[in-house]
Design a binder for this molecule. Structure first.
Ligand code: NAD
Length: 444
């Protein structure tokens, strides 16, 4: 375990050639600053105990591991991995593992803090954590990816645990990654207790102890948030148009579920290209294409447009489901949608958000809109703990209830205190955390 130094942070552990067509500005570190300004707004809207504010300002633990992995060529490469544990006052640390070639310590710190507030807002009895490995998944083989995952898990050692810190998938990782993590962790524990360790990770495949509905959970949660919003606004989803940035786990499931409601996807962007079709793009067919080719590029049922044109596409709803800080001033001015659902974590800069709010665009923030993933992860964790297997309809019903409850708490706080939705969502979460600290105090 080590603390980050400036030097470590700027060091490039492995140089990977990026296969990205849509290249992002390198703003991964800026994200933490944006998050801090966002949470500051909530501290102004809801007064917390001074020591709670101090405690939450930094993660409890910052774990950095540099680990060697044998590549297919026989050479060894050193990879950098992070696990940031922000808070466990509400329950075990919980949060995804991101594989991305530009992931930084500050980015993971921001993502870990978001998990603390997301779980508190949704009343999921977990704290907040996040992990990351600096690797471009497009540049390594499946065997290399398995060795990277297993070695990272091994090096995290007892910094994770089924009642202590429970990872899950995030960008660049999936159910296969989680199964490798689980298997590595189980095999490094006491033989007699091996099977009790299954819930060390969530987001596993069904075959290996995952939950029904976990794969689509984040996308499904986005849809439940959209349904609540549509009910509140008297908006008809059938026939409305939407655009999606990011067509991975979250974006593709959200899109497929939107089409079941009769909504029409008119624009989509991922790291390989940007597509437009005013008549609609089939999320199901595009999903098949992405599965076989790795990206939206080359899909025949739409026109290719430049990445700059994406945000200006005429649509009713906008769903960013890729990386953070995608919508700055320029993009915010272009957006035509009347509502934005943050399926991604932190997709707006604060300047971008200000413009959208001034223009009267509804913003449903990340800790609300994309919370479906952690809610169903919680269900998976309980099922593993009790050796149960729940039906999909039970999971969907429970998820719908929890998303609706938190959506309405957020909206009530926003209306009563005349603040925006993000500030309200953070304030509702902060109140819960504050109440726990007020009762328990701080040891010793
Ligand atoms: P994923 O790896 O499955 O998909 C990521 C998508 O983003 C891909 O389509 C990729 O092409 C696209 N992308 C990457 N770089 C891009 C660029 N420069 N321009 C446009 N598109 C780009 O990841 P995911 O699990 O779907 O996660 C997406 C977002 O949702 C992330 O912000 C993640 O933190 C958030 N999220 C995920 C979950 C989950 O359960 N997986 C839960 C909550 C929030």
């Amino acid at each position: 375990m080590s603390k980050k130094t400036k030097e470590e942070e700027t060091q490039t552990v492995q140089s990977t050639s990026s296969t990205q067509e849509n290249s992002l500005p390198n703003n991964h570190d800026e994200f933490l600053k944006v998050h801090r300004r966002q949470i500051e707004r909530a501290f102004n809207a809801f007064e917390v105990l001074p020591h709670v504010r101090t405690i939450l300002s930094q993660p409890k633990n910052e774990i950095i591991v540099n680990f060697p992995v044998r590549m297919d060529t026989g050479e060894f490469r050193l990879f950098k991995g992070y696990r940031i544990q922000h808070s466990n006052i509400m329950g075990p640390y919980k949060g995804g593992i991101r594989y991305h070639h530009e992931v930084t310590l500050d980015e993971v710190k921001a993502l870990a803090a978001l998990m603390t507030y997301k779980c508190a807002l949704l009343q999921v009895p977990f704290g907040g954590a996040k992990g990351g490995v600096r690797v471009n998944v497009n540049d390594v083989s499946r065997n290399e990816l398995e060795r990277i995952t297993r070695r990272f898990t091994h090096d995290l050692g007892n910094n994770i645990g089924p009642e202590y810190d429970i990872p899950a998938p995030d960008m660049g990782t999936n159910s296969q990654t989680m199964v490798w993590m689980m298997d590595t962790y189980m095999n490094s524990q006491n033989m007699i207790e091996k099977n009790a360790q299954r819930r060390i990770v969530t987001g596993k495949s069904l075959t290996s102890g995952g939950s029904a509905g976990r794969e689509k959970a984040t996308g499904q949660g986005v849809i439940y948030a959209i349904l609540e919003w549509a009910k509140e606004r008297g908006f008809t989803l059938d026939g409305c148009s939407y655009i999606v940035q990011g067509f991975g786990n979250v974006g593709s499931h959200a899109a497929m579920l939107m089409s079941k409601l009769g909504a029409v996807m008119v624009g989509v962007q991922d790291h390989t290209g940007t597509l437009y079709n005013s008549e609609g793009i089939s999320p199901r067919k595009l999903s098949d294409h992405v599965r076989s080719t790795g990206g939206v590029k080359g899909y025949k049922g739409a026109e290719v447009i430049s990445s700059d044109e994406f945000w200006g596409i005429q649509s009713d709803i906008c769903i960013p489901a890729a990386l953070e800080l995608q919508v700055d001033v320029k993009e915010a001015k272009q957006i035509k949608a009347r509502a934005i659902f943050e399926a991604a974590n932190g997709p707006l800069t604060d300047a971008g958000e200000r413009i959208l709010l001034e223009r009267g665009v509804d913003i449903i923030p990340d800790i609300m809109a994309n919370a479906g993933g952690v809610v169903v992860s919680y269900f998976e964790w309980i099922q593993n703990k009790r050796s149960e297997s729940w039906q999909l309809h039970e999971i969907d019903e429970k998820l719908k209830f929890m998303m609706g409850r938190s959506y309405n708490e957020m909206r009530n706080f926003a209306r009563q205190n005349k603040v925006d939705n993000r500030t309200a969502a953070f304030a509702v979460a902060l109140k819960r955390i504050n109440d726990v600290y007020a009762e328990r105090g701080v040891f010793p």
